[in-house]
Design a binder for this molecule. Sequence first.
Ligand code: NDP
Length: 485
Amino acid sequence: MTHPAQPKASHFINGAYVEDTAGTPIPVIYAATGEQIATVYAATPAIVEQALSTAKAAQKEWAKMTGTERGRILRRAADIMRERNHELSVLETYDTGKPLQETLVADATSGADALEYFGGLAGSLTGEHIPMGEDWVYTVREALGLCVGIGAWNYPTQIACWKGAPALACGNSMVFKPSETTPLCALKVAEILHEAGAPAGIYNVIQGMGEVGGALVTDPRVDKVSLTGSVPTGKKVYAAAAEGMKHVTMELGGKSPLIIFDDADIDNAVGGAINGNFYSSGQVCSNGTRVFVQKGIKEKFLARLAERTGNAILGDPMDEATSFGPMVTENQMNIVLGYIEKGKEEGARLICGGQRADMPGYYIHPTVFADVTDDMTIAREEIFGPVMSVLDFDTEEEVIARANDTEFGLSAGVFTNDFSRAHRVIGQLEAGSCFINSYNDAPVEAPFGGVKASGVGRENSKEAIKHFSQVKSVYVRMGDVEAAF
Ligand code: NDP
């Protein structure tokens, strides 16, 4: 790979790039061509130890700085990310295969938003004064200590920042392990944070598969684990963290409902369904992959959806005209193609797509199935690819029950022009991140996260501060101490 932004080595520890070729080589494949563009090496036990001991040692001094000082560094890092948005976006495209049209506006920019937002909050993290007659209690919002972040492969820059920014704002240090599939971007986040003034050891990145993640999660020096990944991995990581009574944030998968009532603006609803299924070629956890359409508008909705989906431009992700990229890996492509076959076998009606694109790379045409029923595999399991299931419904009561009939609870959306109904329905949907007449907006100011099997805790917003800090309460007695003897 000849890109100027290519990281210089596999790991970033104690403020510098570190290489250890004794680790298992991890080829980095560009999904648009299938070519290997780089190699990183999984962390050896020595690298894991170096990262953890460095982060542990650096944290205390970082926490002693004022919040304003910490925040200034985060905000400087945000500015650098914005200045380098183009090269970081190109790197994100190499890492994930997502089209530049997306990465230019959704990845380094979203990471910079998180650094700026939490940088701004860092100076305001105060406690309370609680009067108790002449005595009083005060509370102090303290850092948790050493935090581990583990990322999924779909948003490598964003996830590294969404976890790192609030962690650092609160005075924690972090060891971040990206997905082995997309190992490059988090290294640039570490590099930029240190260039902006973060002390060595505050934000470290090490590579590896699940076993490296496992070694981090079980280490007794680690105080908190924040994972973005699938539900099965989440269950393992949550259980391992519980052994050490560690704090956790789990941002996991979904099979979210998007409900379209017959009074909705059809084009807006189609736009919501497209954003909620085909952005990043469907590799988004919060996607509204069960699109419930009220029967009166079903055929009109499907016709408009097929027409607009036909406008997707599959092609070279580096060409800014391309609006639809490949799956992240050949393996993920095959998983998604397997689900498409299941949809056909189980009797869903294929409206468009349904096959691999006839071009190099791991492209699948955006796929829409209609007449999907609740029991079909494609309506029950998270596919993590461009496969939309359209289901019919008659009544509000019925659709709420069916929408909630899933182990997941990440997101939910409603399209209707009846605002009473919109709020009534959203009020009954079991989901953490909801949308009315929109889908998949994720501003840093809004809490993001799931209920049920989709996770615990929230990222972004002031909520994230609660998950990266703890409250110490101090009772202060002004008079004498009474005791029984
Ligand atoms: P995985 O669950 O396969 O992996 C997530 C991360 O955990 C990877 O870095 C992985 O390493 C690591 N890991 C795997 N096993 C362990 C273990 N035992 N201990 C510690 N770490 C481990 O998810 P994917 O990368 O496949 O990402 C897709 C999933 O992520 C989807 O289910 C999606 O819904 C979810 N997701 C959720 C989001 C949210 O915010 N709610 C956002 C984005 C995605 P490695 O891959 O290197 O083996």
